[in-house]
Write a protein that binds this ligand. Structure first.
Ligand SMILES: Cc1ncc(COP(=O)(O)O)c(C=O)c1O
Length: 394
């Protein structure tokens, strides 16, 4: 028999009640997210629930994730080195292929040194945490990626955001910055959700004038923009820390930072996200190395991608859609209202188009959008099909 003290009303409170509250809140505010499985068919087509869809939401900007050279290199490196790198880099996880790739990346980007990371998220969180302390000041663009914010928060540094791409605002904040251990400017070169660009040389000048450290995330420019596609921060000597990712235009996985030899030594010794994790596996290193080898040969693909994005923006603007400040392969179709954005996304799917809705908290309230990400493999007919479907489901 239960004693009175064991009656249900005396049970301890539900320790996971916060989970119910968070999930209920997501549902009530139309912000519920769930995983949707697809099967890739080629660079731009996928199979979803047995239906073929044209994909406008992948970051495979050059279609390299299905390129025979990357697949062959991943297989070859696996055959030669195995499936895993078996240890962290400072233990026995640095193979010759890791070091050779870092040397080639540094040369291709026109920078002193390069260091591999297991993902862009991991790089941003841990690089920033290692660069900052509680007495540092971070000035970051209002629209930077969540991984950068997480790194800043982890450091406990003082943190102020400047208005998006507003370098006059940044300069004003730099003038006011006094008595900090160091000042770090953090921004992206191509913004992941708006597809617009930073003025990298103006940022370099500002950082130099104010003796600030400049940290640039080049994730969406790498492979697509800059000299031989190596990003908008390549060959920029005044950019102290530049992060690139391989999960997007490089069609693979992982990330890297380019910096001075001295900073590389510092990260190897002091950056937890580099030190305490198993090194990237041989298959991934092979795919990245093959993509890097291909980069100088993809100029026509990059031109086609740029032209496709310009064409799509023109068509959407003619329909009256706002495409924010996009001037890259990322073209946001701003809808505003969350429910309306979801309805458009569902309508497009019915018409055979996969184009994912991006809603708060990923973007600011009232700026829900369909983030259209183009690939060099999309043809004019694909773009016309997309525009036609958007028009039908407005
Ligand atoms: C600007 C930016 N930085 C970093 C990342 C994270 O890179 P990764 O996917 O390699 O973790 C992303 C997107 O995923 C991004 O858009």
């Amino acid at each position: 028999m239960q004693s009175p003290s064991q009656l249900p009303s005396d049970l301890p409170p539900d320790k996971l009640a916060f989970v119910d509250r968070a999930l209920a809140e997501r549902q009530q505010t139309q912000r519920w997210r769930s995983l949707q499985s697809i099967t890739p068919l080629d660079a731009v087509q996928v199979l979803k629930n047995g239906r073929k869809l044209l994909n406008f939401s992948s970051n495979d900007y050059l279609g390299l994730s299905k390129h025979p050279a990357l697949i062959a290199a991943a297989q070859d490196y696996t055959a030669r080195y195995g499936t895993g790198s078996t240890a962290s880099r400072l233990v026995t996880g640095t193979y010759d292929i890791h070091q050779q790739l870092e040397e080639k990346l540094a040369i291709a980007c026109g920078r002193q040194a390069a260091l591999l990371f297991n993902s862009g998220f991991q790089a941003n969180v841990s690089l920033l945490a290692s660069l900052l302390d509680a007495r540092s000041l971070v000035l970051c663009d209002r629209l930077v990626h969540n991984s950068l914010i997480q790194g800043i928060l982890a450091s406990q540094a003082r943190f102020m955001r400047y208005a998006h791409n507003d370098l006059a605002h940044l300069e004003k904040l730099l003038h006011q910055a006094k008595d900090y251990s160091r000042v770090v400017i953090v921004t992206e070169t191509v913004f992941s959700m708006d597809g617009d660009r930073s003025d990298v040389s103006a940022l370099v000048d500002l950082a130099q004038t104010h003796n600030a450290i400049l940290y640039l995330d080049d994730a969406h420019a790498l492979g697509v923009l800059g000299e031989v596609g190596m990003g908008l921060a390549a060959h920029q000597t005044g950019a102290d820390v530049v992060v690139g990712t391989f999960g997007k235009a490089f069609g693979a996985f992982g990330a890297f930072v380019t910096c001075s030899h001295k900073l590389k030594d510092y990260f190897v010794n002091c950056c937890g996200g580099f030190i305490y994790t198993t090194a990237l596996p041989p298959a991934v290193i092979g795919a990245i190395a093959a993509a890097l080898e291909l980069m100088p040969t993809l100029e026509l693909e990059r031109q086609h991608l740029t032209q496709s994005a310009a064409y799509l923006r023109t068509q959407l603007n003619l329909l009256g859609y706002d495409t924010a400040g996009s001037n890259s392969q990322i073209v946001p179709l701003l809808v505003g209202d969350e429910a309306k954005t979801l309805r458009l996304c569902q309508g497009l799917e019915e018409s055979g188009i996969l184009a994912i809705a991006i809603r708060p908290p990923t973007v600011a309230p009232g700026t829900s959008r369909i983030r259209l990400a183009l690939s060099s493999q999309h043809q004019q007919a694909d773009l016309d099909r997309l525009v036609d479907a958007i028009q039908r489901h407005e």
